[in-house]
Design a protein around this ligand. Sequence first.
Ligand code: PRP
Length: 221
Amino acid sequence: MRIPGTVPLGGLIHPKDSAQVSVRKDLKGQINGPLISPTFLQERIHDLAVAICRDAKNEKANEIQVVVVLKGAAPFANMLCQEIYRCGGPPVRINYIKASSYAKSLESSGEVKIEGHLPYIRHKDVIIVDDIVDTGLTLAKLKKYFLKERRAASVRICALLDKKARRLPRLRKGLKIDYIGFNIPNMFVAGYGIDCAEKFREIPYVVAVNEGYFGKKKGRK
Ligand code: PRP
């Protein structure tokens, strides 16, 4: 991979992007600044696609089954699947599932709700695509559900952001993230599909959110 997988507190701002990532005036006070600029997002997602295609080739897979976790992962998954195509990967079957543990709150409820039309994944190798791993509860629950109840042959996880400092102790070793975009510091983030109390999903890159403005809660996002 060409770029660092760990994001420093000051962010990863590509020189090409500096003009287009200044915080909009009306959002000043809510957003501290950009954390990962569009070029770095695109490059890293390309690299993730290369890794996924390489594994698919080694395993002689004739298709890639992706399950996207709504809502936050949609923009990431779109670009990832397009990059898999550009890399010459096998056809991608894309399905969506809704899993949610935060609702409009900033703190995980600890309960993960799975909704939506579930794809037929029996005996299939599946890649779950999510935007951010925090406590790890959502992905641990989805992985277990896909393997034990839906009888997938295997389940891998691809996440754009990983906030390791927030992982539940039992999941630090118990939950493997197979493809990680960026390790990020323990701070509120939003943008590129990720919300903070349902705001900022439409921002086209990842931003650092002003925790003070959102009530200084200890949660993520
Ligand atoms: C977010 C995110 C992950 C999960 C990570 O979803 O998309 O699925 O939280 O948190 P965890 O590791 O602590 O489980 P959220 O519940 O906010 O739903 P959303 O994608 O619709 O925003």
